[in-house]
Every structure is written in C-alpha cells, then in structure tokens.
Write a protein that binds this ligand. Structure first.
Ligand SMILES: [Zn+2]
Length: 139
C-alpha cells in the first residue's frame, strides 16, 4: 500500500508475473469490480523499495487489510510471525484450499489468514460462487 508512483513497465511486470491474480488470496482481477493494486510487500515506511522483488499484485480487499503490516501474532502460540511474502514464500506450501476456505499449512498461514481476513464469511461465499462457476484458478 503506497502512494508512490509505479512506472507502467514495472506495474505490467507485477501484473503479468502474478498472471492477474491477487498473490495473497489468488482471486483473478477479471472477476472483481475493483482493480488489483501493486502492493509494497515491505512497506516504504519500513524501508521497502519500489522494485520488482518487493512488489506483489494484491486485490483491493487484501491490500486494505494488509496495510503496512509485516507480521502479526499467531492466535494459538502468541508468537510474532512474519506475514506471507509472495516473493520469498511459495503459496502452496503455506495454504491449501479446503472447500472454499484457505487452510493454513505453516505458522505463516494463520497470521496471514487472520490479518488479511482471508476466511471472512463474505470472502468464503465469494470463493464458493467462483469455484461453482469455475472462475477460480487451480490452487
Ligand atoms: Zn487477495
């Protein structure tokens, strides 16, 4: 989340690298009303740069909830855990789609699911509709 200008070429790289999907919840931009945004994975406030390795494509909902956060507190252990980092972490190692819910597979999972509210009722309902319509990519 940033107001920094991102050159069109860099924006295109981020979009194409993500194949037009939110890198946090994997929802394609083509099925949502609000365009996906370029997220600074490490926010500029924390020293993150506007360069390809620190950028991710994010749906507006995920981006709003992530804000400038880098980590959160695991609800079960009380430990501070870094959020899912789309450039360093592999999605399928940390999350699995079970029905229409995202199930965390590692400690990164629960903090990211909670902070980004990935399993909020309306997001799960949206996922159910998209799965039924075969509009979600294979997870
Ligand atoms: Zn998302």
């Amino acid at each position: 989340m940033s107001t920094t200008y991102i050159p069109a070429e860099l924006r295109r790289l981020v979009y194409e690298r993500a194949r037009g999907r939110c890198e946090y919840c994997l929802i394609p931009e083509t099925v949502v009303l609000v365009s996906h945004q370029v997220d600074h994975i490490i926010a500029e406030k924390h020293g993150g740069l506007t360069e390809a390795d620190n950028l991710a494509l994010s749906g507006a909902v995920c981006n709003k909830h992530k804000g400038i956060d880098l980590a959160s507190i695991d609800p079960d252990t009380g430990q501070i855990v870094a959020l899912y980092h789309p450039r360093r972490d592999k999605w399928s190692e940390h999350f699995r789609l079970t029905g229409a819910k995202l199930m965390p597979l590692t400690p990164i999972g629960p903090v990211t699911v909670k902070l980004l509210q990935l399993n909020r009722a309306e997001r799960v309902e949206e996922r159910q509709l998209l799965i039924a319509a075969k509009l979600l990519p294979v997870y």
